[in-house]
Design a protein around this ligand. Structure first.
Ligand SMILES: Cc1cc2nc3c(=O)[nH]c(=O)nc-3n(C[C@H](O)[C@H](O)[C@H](O)COP(=O)(O)OP(=O)(O)OC[C@H]3O[C@@H](n4cnc5c(N)ncnc54)[C@H](O)[C@@H]3O)c2cc1C
Length: 363
């Protein structure tokens, strides 16, 4: 049995801990705050990249693998923990008719259901959209999860699997001897391990800043609004120009999100709130009748072309990274965690690891 340390308790750290503990290894997870309270809590939970044909095949490979396992994975989590992540396949309407050819080619190549729909079909699918576009794209099998519940369920499940979850305990240094990472120094002391995996989201490059080639990951703020509407108000996810609506099972409706390069500033702004509110209520006038229950911001871990870094440090053999999932950490997470576990444990990898290597060219 290996002793493995994970730095960061967002969805990526928790899923990685889940994989490694399920394979019988002794895992300690350090989280400087509470688990699942940063980007993984703030996100929308769409189990698909937005406009998926715009991404490299390396992103599609991880997304498709995760999409295939999500329904059963969430059902198992709910059964083991009593916390239901509410995986719901209510489909995604994408308003990008100009990209129909490219989208349909991508869908045929990767075997995803996608069709071009007309105005009437759009209206039938989502009657609350104010002015259905003359043409749109429809992906009926796209699901969503309630990401705050997903991370709560994961926290409970890894605890059940024996993971030592240390919250309120920040990793401040990596312990290095003779080019190997011996463990970590955290705010509570030191701990030795056979391998260390950095899964610290937007903060990953900070954790690795003192070592060669820190990955090119930096924070991109996203703000989101939550309307408190009754169940069934809006039923489909709808995406146009990077703004999307996500209706939850109980009617609560998310509308997001901004893309702001403002460093590690997680504050919300009045300007973004006003802009999101104006667009949301113009596209879905029914939302004017329901109060805004919350407005928040999260820091996405951006990476070049949105391709995450999953793999071994180029010089330090037992130091790994699993970070940089940018806008897609929820959808890419299960596959990323499995791939990282494959690499740590020297198992045959689920997908070719080359595009995600620390040193791979991206884009
Ligand atoms: C507004 C918004 C909408 C989004 N919508 C979607 C979507 O619909 N679908 C989708 O797939 N993705 C979406 N995302 C992206 C997704 O949320 C992220 O890619 C994902 O959550 C990244 O997970 P993570 O675990 O890497 O990072 P995080 O969740 O940020 O977790 C990193 C953790 O590391 C901890 N940490 C940092 N430094 C240290 C340290 N030194 N020691 C110990 N712990 C440390 C932090 O406290 C944090 O808990 C969205 C994101 C945002 C902000």
């Amino acid at each position: 049995m290996n002793r493995i340390i994970i730095v960061g308790g967002g969805v990526i750290g928790l899923l990685t801990a889940h994989e490694l503990a399920s394979a019988g290894h002794a895992v300690t997870l350090f989280e400087r705050g509470e688990t699942g309270r940063e980007s993984s809590w703030a996100g929308g939970g769409i189990v698909s990249p937005l406009f998926p044909w715009r991404y490299l095949d390396s992103v599609t490979a991880l997304a498709s693998w995760s999409q295939a396992v999500y329904p059963a994975f969430c059902a198992a989590l709910a059964e083991h923990t009593g916390i239901d992540p509410e995986y719901t396949e209510n489909g995604l309407i994408l308003i990008a008719p100009d990209e129909a050819d490219e989208a349909q080619r991508w869908a045929a190549q990767h075997r995803h259901a996608l069709s071009l729909i007309d105005r009437d079909t759009f209206h039938h699918l989502e009657p609350q959209a104010a002015e259905p576009a003359d043409a749109a794209l429809w992906m009926p099998n796209v699901g969503q999860v309630r990401n705050p519940r997903l991370v709560r369920a994961l926290r409970q499940r890894v605890w059940q699997l024996g993971v030592d979850v240390r919250t309120g305990d920040a990793v401040v240094d990596l312990l290095m001897t003779d080019g190997r990472c011996r463990g970590v120094r955290s705010t509570s002391g030191t701990l030795e391990a056979d391998a260390v995996a950095v899964c610290a989201g937007a903060w990953s490059a900070k954790v690795l800043a003192d070592y060669a080639a820190p990955p090119a990951i930096h924070p991109i703020r996203g703000q989101m609004l939550l309307f408190k509407a009754p169940a069934g108000t809006i039923t489909r996810m709808v995406l146009e120009s990077n703004r999307y609506v996500i209706p939850r099972r109980d009617g609560r409706t998310l509308f997001g999100s901004t893309i702001e390069d403002v460093g590690f500033d997680k504050q919300t702004t009045e300007a973004a709130r006003d802009e999101l509110y104006a667009i949301a209520t113009a596209r879905f006038p029914v939302l004017k009748r329901h109060p805004v229950e919350a407005h928040w911001a999260g820091l996405r871990p951006s990476s070049p072309a949105g391709v995450p870094f999953i793999g071994r440090h180029p010089q330090i053999g037992n130091l790994f990274v699993n970070a940089g999932h940018f806008r897609n950490g929820i959808v890419l997470g299960p596959a990323s965690a499995r791939l990282l576990a494959d690499l740590v444990l020297d198992r045959p990898p689920i997908v070719d690891p080359a595009p995600y290597r620390w040193t791979a060219a991206r884009g």
